[in-house]
Design a protein around this ligand. Structure first.
Ligand code: SF4
Length: 372
């Protein structure tokens, strides 16, 4: 049984869309005043009707963030272990048919990356790969986690969705969190972007939260790739996903991310569904108002100016100085990156900008220490 995926599958997304676009100013005001905002409040907050209320949303979001997280920002960095991929996704530089130099880091190369990352000050790392079950599967990941555990206090994974027994083994090896983004919750649109490989299996991906929750994964991350489909509908599905995961598997912590599509080698899609900076602020604030205690995470896809601004509103976890090519911290090796980043400041500079705004960068995962 996969109760969370079943609940998501039962949503009529055409109805959601109609409901979002018919919200009025009074619905937004009522959402802003709600003690415990529900899904209809979230839909009001991401609707076009909420655009004149973004300042009030930002104030509410900022105050909730400070109340629940203090003046802190959790810092992490992605470590790309491999850019091999057995899928064809039309928006990604690692897509199988792209003729780029492919690389899987060896044990020595992983350790070199770990040392370079420690030097930058990070203690929390997100291990990322393309999706390649045979060459970068369970065994490889377990070995990498065991190798990296002595260097870092917190290890998360962003890799292909895996089975329950695989997750159980990864938890035993020392994985603290898994992020699996649905890309788009719209089944037909999903099929348009995923042309080959196991990622075509929409349901296997959607059921990942259930497999992680049942195994008691400490942290579970959800999100949509913003720009693939109508961001308001996809984000409403993301909010619902986070909410019912919390209700069903309440021992886990949750995080929501906001990746906007970025240019990459070989991308074949016109980006017609892209949301503006202002709309992304609206979305981040809507999530904070709906989930006061959920970690909201932002990557270096966004510009320094944007990241500095939203660090005060709702974002509580941030990567910095990211390299999206395997081996990129210890040495530039010419392998192609997954997508281009916008905020290329060194980690120390990002930390200084946060301190300037009265926010303390946190390099350890203290919460995990308390709960683990
Ligand atoms: S999005 Fe993921 S699965 Fe798709 S091509 Fe890129 S790395 Fe592979």
């Amino acid at each position: 049984m996969t109760p969370v995926a079943d609940a998501l599958n039962n949503q009529d997304q055409d109805d959601l869309r109609l409901s979002i676009y018919s919200k009025k100013a009074m619905d937004v005001v009522s959402a802003l005043q709600a003690d415990k905002p529900g899904l209809h409040d979230f839909m009001a907050l991401v609707s076009p009707a909420a655009e004149p209320f973004i300042e009030s949303m930002a104030q509410r979001a900022a105050s909730l963030t400070r109340r629940h997280f203090g003046h802190t920002m959790q810092m992490f960095v992605p470590l790309y272990l491999s850019n091999l991929c057995a899928n064809e996704c039309t928006y990604c530089g690692f897509t199988m048919s792209n003729r780029i130099k492919r690389k899987v880091l060896s044990s020595d190369e992983i350790e070199a990356e770990a040392l370079a990352i420690r030097q930058m000050g990070f203690n929390s790392v997100l291990l990322v790969t393309g999706e390649h079950e045979t060459k970068v599967g369970l065994e490889y990941l377990i070995a990498a986690v065991r190798l990296l555990k002595p260097y870092f206090s917190h290890l998360m994974l962003e890799v292909q969705p895996m089975s329950e027994s695989d997750y159980a083994q990864l938890i035993r090896a020392g994985v603290d969190g898994v992020l699996v983004y649905q890309e788009t919750y719209h089944r037909r649109t999903y099929a348009d972007y995923h042309l080959r490989g196991s990622k075509q299996d929409f349901d296997w991906r959607l059921q990942t939260g259930d497999r992680l929750g049942r195994n008691g994964m400490a942290k579970i991350g959800v999100g949509a790739l913003l720009g693939l489909s109508d961001w308001r509908v996809d984000s409403t599905m993301t909010a619902l996903h986070a909410r019912i995961l919390q209700q069903t598997y309440w021992r886990s912590r949750y995080s929501v991310a906001f990746p906007r599509l970025r240019p990459c080698a070989g991308s074949v899609h016109e980006q017609q569904q892209m949301l503006s900076d202002k709309q992304l602020v609206q979305l981040i604030c809507a999530h904070r108002i709906m989930h006061p205690q959920v970690e909201l995470s932002l990557s270096t896809r966004e510009s320094p100016h944007f990241r500095d601004h939203v660090s005060q509103l709702g974002i509580t976890s941030m990567s910095a100085a990211s390299q999206t090519q395997p081996g990129g911290y210890a040495s530039a090796n010419g392998a192609l990156e997954q997508f281009s980043t916008e905020d290329n400041r060194p980690a120390s500079q990002v930390a200084a900008a946060l301190l300037d705004k009265g926010i303390e960068p946190v390099w350890h995962d203290w919460l995990h220490g308390f709960s683990g």
